[in-house]
Design a protein around this ligand. Structure first.
Ligand SMILES: NC(=O)c1ccc[n+]([C@@H]2O[C@H](COP(=O)([O-])OP(=O)(O)OC[C@H]3O[C@@H](n4cnc5c(N)ncnc54)[C@H](O)[C@@H]3O)[C@@H](O)[C@H]2O)c1
Length: 333
């Protein structure tokens, strides 16, 4: 049996997801694609073989041939489309964030619980990245002892002109927020944001250093530098009691010439996390078939948005901010 998938959003991520579903996923096929810009939807449908191209996302959700929906439209649309999928009883993979506002995340959480079935997965694809997977397995082996610190860097070659420091936290750091919780099996309790001297290439406070404390006393520090100039570079190092575990650069080749060894950085997140997006989407399809949820839940989506919101408060206040979370419902344990 092959699941019919509908995609909402045919921009950078939606087009990428449509190509992955159409060409790289077993047990699923692309049926429909919607975008507010009909020409974009049509162009991606023509490329991927989707039968329906529309500017009406609700037509995709309501299409009987669509068994599950992948949402890759702008952040502010996520909650409403996810709620429409829940109302239709259809599983949904929603790109991060589940919603920019924590109250909207909680509305989704409540709607899912009311339906009595886990139907929402949030697109925190790093949970499927082979390098982070190895890091987690190494930590869980106990060969290195418990984790004490997690050093991260999130660098982009350049940020778009509309980018802001708050977006650094909401759109970029949110990936480190989710992966830190997942790796450490801990919750983030406080957050502080330090503003180093700003890069002359940036029109906002960039870089930032975001420092979290976990409920197990660990420190997670995240350097966000979205105008680093040289490429897309994601770093992570877990410092444990008797050793360290680091992400190795995901490259297939390096060159050596004129006394120098070098490798190329990915220009952006799509090539760096290509395997993660594919494995995430396959795990989502498999989870629908098996009925066993995979990846980040709607609850994880809520927590990530709540932690990011505290990060924005810390950015503005300059002080350490406490992160307050609702009690976790048994539904998500
Ligand atoms: N997981 C990741 O690594 C990752 C990376 C980048 C972006 N994202 C997320 O993916 C989503 C899409 O980002 P993007 O970079 O593809 O953006 P984009 O601007 O390239 O694409 C968004 C598309 O949505 C369409 N659109 C606008 N309003 C719409 C509506 N109401 N209904 C349907 N379509 C609408 C636009 O026409 C556009 O084609 C965002 O939520 C973003 O935060 C995730």
């Amino acid at each position: 049996m092959s699941l019919g998938i509908g995609v909402i959003g045919a921009g950078i991520m939606g087009a990428d997801h449509a190509r992955i579903i159409a060409g790289q996923i077993a047990g699923a096929h692309l049926v429909a694609i919607a975008d507010a810009d009909l020409a974009r939807a049509r162009s991606v449908a023509a490329e991927t073989g989707a039968k329906l191209a529309t500017d009406d996302p609700l037509a995709v959700i309501g299409d009987p041939a669509v068994a599950a929906v992948l949402i890759a439209s702008p952040d502010a649309t996520h909650a409403d489309y996810t709620l429409a999928c829940l109302k239709a009883g259809k599983p949904v993979l929603c790109e991060k964030p589940l919603a920019p506002k924590t109250e909207d995340c909680l509305t989704v959480v409540e709607a899912e619980m009311k339906g009595g079935k886990r139907l929402v997965q949030v697109g925190f694809m790093r949970r499927f990245d082979p390098a982070y997977g190895e890091m987690r397995a190494a930590l869980q082996s106990n060969d290195f002892g418990p984790a004490l610190m997690f050093h991260c860097a999130h660098r982009n070659a350049s940020a778009p002109s509309f980018f802001t420091s708050a977006m650094s936290i909401n759109n970029s750091c949110v990936h480190e927020i989710d992966i830190a919780r997942w790796l450490l099996a801990a919750e983030l309790k406080t957050v502080r944001v330090i503003k180093p001297r700003a890069s002359s290439a940036a029109g906002f406070d960039d870089p930032l250093l975001v420092v979290f404390e976990t409920d197990q006393g660990q420190v997670v520090d995240v350097e966000l530098y979205l105008n680093c100039g040289y490429g897309y570079d994601i770093k992570g190092e877990l410092v444990c009691e008797t050793g360290t575990i680091s992400l190795a650069p995901p490259v297939n080749s390096e060159t050596r010439a004129a006394g120098v060894s070098s490798f190329r950085f990915a220009p952006d997140w799509r090539p760096r996390f290509a395997a993660a997006y594919r494995l995430q989407n396959q795990a989502w399809v498999n989870s629908i078939t098996s009925g066993k949820p995979a990846g980040a839940s709607a609850w994880d989506g809520y927590v990530a948005s709540a932690v990011a919101a505290a990060g924005v408060r810390a950015l503005e206040s300059g002080a350490a901010e406490a992160i307050h979370l609702e009690p976790k419902p048994a539904f998500y344990v």
